[in-house]
Design a protein around this ligand. Structure first.
Ligand code: NAD
Ligand code: DAU
Length: 336
């Protein structure tokens, strides 16, 4: 069995590649990744010598690159995407390219080659914000920022290739992931690495927005489970059942690091900031899947990982001009 993983050098994709190599000894993995600012070969340094693993640098928008990577594969999981909401607010063109057009290129090739399964990794953000209660898979989609709108495009295109051409597509919509190897633009790694240096933690608005936190290893286990037990044409929510306000997450990080709460710096809110995400994942639970990682343990281990793996994030924050430019653009005025 050979599986194509796109975006396998990113945060969740690299965790999934590692899981497949560890748990499916007779599977081969082909990783197609453009190596954007978020894709890093270092994320899979521990498996790069495995003869069952191959990484190809290429863009999912490029039909030739996609053909070369997909030919010979039976399964595909598409993680490749532009993923950061704040960046989509600075410019959405790359999001439309990768998160919609790239998905189309992958689906066309999956159709031509007759893949047995194609998993499209979507997001809970496609449902938009919810004040109370939780979204089920049949809730209306109401994406409210350029990132989530482009992900909704990819999500519905994948479904269209199932309903129109019978491509055996499965769509997953997961909540906020946390864990090792997450690019330090996202809330948890940004705040941990800033706190370690005694820098301000820029908390948007009143800090009361709610996210559901899912450990990346549980997300990846759910995807592997659905590859083998999911039904084509179906959508599955993947939740951590662990909703927290951002201020609570922020205080938890500071407490774990023994740093003062005076580092918390309320700043101008994200425009169009979704107030709360909440998923009902009973459809996946009904198939027998359960997340394993307890949040208290998961967040403590995650914080410790960033403390112990400065080699991974320090060069990014210190020497990567791209990160520094982005940080200045996103936070310069906010932090004065
Ligand atoms: P990430 O930003 O860490 O990694 C994205 C990866 O995709 C990188 O390796 C990048 O190089 C690659 N990539 C980007 N554009 C590409 C292109 N055109 N061709 C090939 N490769 C390309 O993202 P992540 O957080 O690991 O998210 C992975 C997937 O999961 C995304 O589809 C995202 O929408 C979805 N998702 C993420 C979360 C989360 O909390 N992080 C939650 C739900 C769903
Ligand atoms: O819900 C799933 C989504 O989760 C994924 O689809 C996205 O790819 C992923 O980036 C994530 O989106 P969010 O916008 O929820 O994640 P982020 O880490 O950017 O922000 C989490 C919360 O923290 C959000 O309410 C905004 C807030 N925040 C974030 C940053 C970066 C701050 O208050 N300050 C910050 O500096």
């Amino acid at each position: 069995m050979r599986i194509l993983v796109t975006g396998g050098c990113g945060f969740i994709g690299s965790s999934f590649v590692r899981l497949v190599l560890a748990e499916r000894p007779d599977w081969e993995v082909v990783n197609l990744d453009k190596l954007t600012y978020a894709g890093r070969l270092e994320n899979l340094r521990d498996v790069e010598a495995d003869p069952r693993y191959r990484v190809l640098r290429g863009d999912i928008c490029d039909p030739e690159a996609v053909h070369d990577a997909m030919v010979g594969c039976t399964l595909a999981v598409n993680f490749a995407a532009e993923t950061h909401v704040d960046r989509s607010l600075l410019g959405a063109a790359h999001f439309i390219d990768t998160d919609i057009k790239g998905v189309l290129v992958l689906l066309e090739e999956a159709r031509r080659l007759g893949l047995a399964r194609f998993v499209q990794i979507s997001t809970d953000e496609v449902y938009g914000s919810i004040e109370s209660g939780s979204f089920t898979e049949t809730s209306l989609l109401n994406p409210r920022n350029p990132y989530s709108a482009s992900k909704a495009g990819g999500d519905r295109l994948a479904y269209a290739y199932w309903s129109t051409y019978g491509v055996p597509v499965i769509i997953t919509r997961a909540s906020n992931n946390y864990g090792p190897y997450q690019y330090p633009e996202k809330l948890i790694p940004l705040f941990v690495t800033n706190a370690l240096r005694g820098q301000a933690l820029p908390l948007y608005g009143d800090g009361r927005n709610v996210r559901d936190w899912l450990h990346v290893s549980d997300h990846c286990r759910a995807i592997l489970f659905l590859l083998e037990h999911g039904t084509p044409g179906e959508v599955y929510n993947v939740a951590g059942d662990n909703e927290r306000e951002n201020i609570e997450i922020t205080r938890k990080i500071l407490h774990l690091l023994g740093r003062p709460e005076s580092l918390i710096t309320p700043v101008q809110d994200r425009v169009g900031h979704d107030r709360r995400y909440s998923l009902d994942a009973s459809k996946l639970g009904g198939l027998g899947f359960r997340p394993r990682v307890d949040f208290e343990q998961g967040i403590a281990e995650t914080v410790r990982w960033y403390v112990e793996n400065e080699w991974w994030w320090k060069p990014l924050k210190d020497h990567d001009g791209e990160f520094r430019r982005y940080y200045e653009q996103q936070y310069g005025e906010r932090l004065g």
